[in-house]
Design a protein around this ligand. Structure first.
Ligand SMILES: *[C@@H]1O[C@H](CO)[C@@H](O)[C@H](O)[C@H]1NC(C)=O
Ligand SMILES: *[C@@H]1O[C@H](CO)[C@@H](O)[C@H](O)[C@H]1NC(C)=O
Ligand SMILES: *[C@@H]1O[C@H](CO)[C@@H](O)[C@H](O)[C@H]1NC(C)=O
Ligand SMILES: *[C@@H]1O[C@H](CO)[C@@H](O)[C@H](O)[C@H]1NC(C)=O
Length: 212
């Protein structure tokens, strides 16, 4: 309706080339939007919008997972990551364009599950050793909410929810180990938050989700 009203007002202006060009541009945009965005694609917009604040909070908690001083950080940064099951995300512009909604949501679900297991493990260890554990607990809560939203989205598009494995994680017996593992999870979790936010913004654009 909006478009019709717009085009007739353009016609009233006569056939000056400028409004004519505008008319064509509007038509072109209308065509691109309707052809690349079926209504069904928008059904996930609500879920995408709910996921983003959890990633923001998760990003904040991920930075607080360890309480290392700058000097200690320099040392820990030099140690190779020893948590084999912790997701390592590598991405580039090409891999972004090739994303499929179903496979991407399934991948996010698997990553979220893996981080949940690791963060819960850290929380237990830090509690055992009387180290601050509330950032791990906070991160765990947001991962759980994210997981629920991803599960619901996968159901909504009739996609199978991936089976997830629970990797074996060693007991943590010293404060040093707890700090080292907290640092390693923190680093990977931040990459995950950054990647996931970009992926969701990308999917929002592709699904023509309304901007807020
Ligand atoms: C981008 O990522 C894809 C898949 O992960 C990979 O095959 C490709 O080589 C990468 N491209 C560049 C330029 O790194
Ligand atoms: C995603 O959906 C496409 C069809 O739209 C299908 O071919 C593909 O197997 C699905 N991928 C996954 C990982 O389920
Ligand atoms: C996933 O979603 C389905 C359908 O909404 C629900 O029945 C199921 O309990 C959920 N599973 C988890 C692990 O949240
Ligand atoms: C925390 O302590 C309990 C009880 O001693 C132990 O079973 C568990 O493995 C410890 N957690 C971690 C992550 O080390």
């Amino acid at each position: 309706m909006q478009y019709v009203a717009h085009s007739s007002s353009l016609l009233l202006l006569g056939y000056d080339s400028a409004p004519h060009l505008l008319h064509l541009l509007l038509l072109a945009e209308l065509f691109v939007r309707s052809s690349s965005c079926p209504i069904s694609a928008r059904s996930l917009c609500g879920a995408f919008r709910l996921m983003l604040p959890h990633l923001d909070r998760l990003n904040t908690f991920s930075k607080e997972l360890h309480d290392l001083t700058d000097d200690e950080l320099v040392y820990f940064e030099a140690v190779e990551n020893t948590l084999d099951h912790l997701p390592l995300i590598r991405h580039n512009a090409t891999s972004f364009r090739a994303l499929k909604v179903n496979a991407t949501l399934a991948q996010l679900y698997v990553y979220t599950h893996s981080f949940t297991i690791h963060v819960d493990w850290l929380r237990d260890a830090r509690e055992n050793l009387s180290l601050a554990s509330s950032p791990a607990e906070g991160a765990g809560n947001h991962l759980l909410q994210l997981s629920g939203l991803l599960n619901a989205s996968l159901h909504q598009i009739m996609e199978a929810v991936p089976r997830t494995a629970t990797p074996p994680l060693p007991p943590i017996t010293t404060a040093f180990e707890a700090q080292l593992y907290s640092f390693q999870v923190s680093e990977r979790l931040r990459v995950f938050c950054d990647w996931s936010r970009r992926v969701l913004h990308h999917l929002q654009r592709r699904s023509c989700c309304p901007r807020r």
